[in-house]
Design a protein around this ligand. Structure first.
Ligand code: CMP
Length: 138
């Protein structure tokens, strides 16, 4: 059993894709064990993307993730970290296969709809960052 962090980014929330994306996650056999719609603090987003701090797009991704509400969730299940990344598809939607969330609903890397933790260590850190209050269900 693994836990991972998923974000539906402001573009996905604005396009009313919360239901569609959550349904795909649950249909895969994974469970949503925490969920909240929030206006993310800039400091949270900068910590979240700290590994990209030296990249040219750092400012833009932080602007984007604070541009509107974000749906944060914890997803739990067998091999959840890798399974959810496969369900989302490649980071650049132009490389994402049809049938994945990005392959079906996104067109650009700047607005790739969703984020999920890269590995177990990142998942632990990101869940602690986005859910400092803890989660209800394990
Ligand atoms: P995400 O999985 O949230 O992690 C970093 C994000 O930066 C990535 O998805 C993209 O949405 C965004 N991004 C914007 N430009 C680039 C780029 N050139 N390369 C990688 N990621 C980018």
């Amino acid at each position: 059993m693994e836990k991972t962090l998923v974000l539906i980014k402001p573009g996905g929330v604005a396009r009313n894709l919360i239901g569609v994306i959550s349904q795909r996650i649950e249909s895969r056999g994974l469970s949503i064990t925490a969920m909240k719609l929030i206006n993310a603090e800039r400091s949270t987003v900068e910590k979240h993307y700290a590994e990209h701090a030296s990249r040219p797009f750092f400012g833009e991704v932080c602007d984007y993730l604070t541009s509107g509400p974000v749906l944060a969730m914890v997803v739990s299940g067998t091999n959840a970290v890798k399974a959810i990344r496969a369900t989302m598809g490649a980071t650049n939607p132009l490389d994402a296969s049809p049938g994945t969330i990005r392959g079906d609903f996104a067109l650009s890397i700047e607005d790739n709809l969703v984020h999920s933790s890269a590995d177990l260590e990142a998942a632990q850190n990101e869940i602690a960052l986005w859910f400092p209050e803890g989660i209800v269900k394990n």
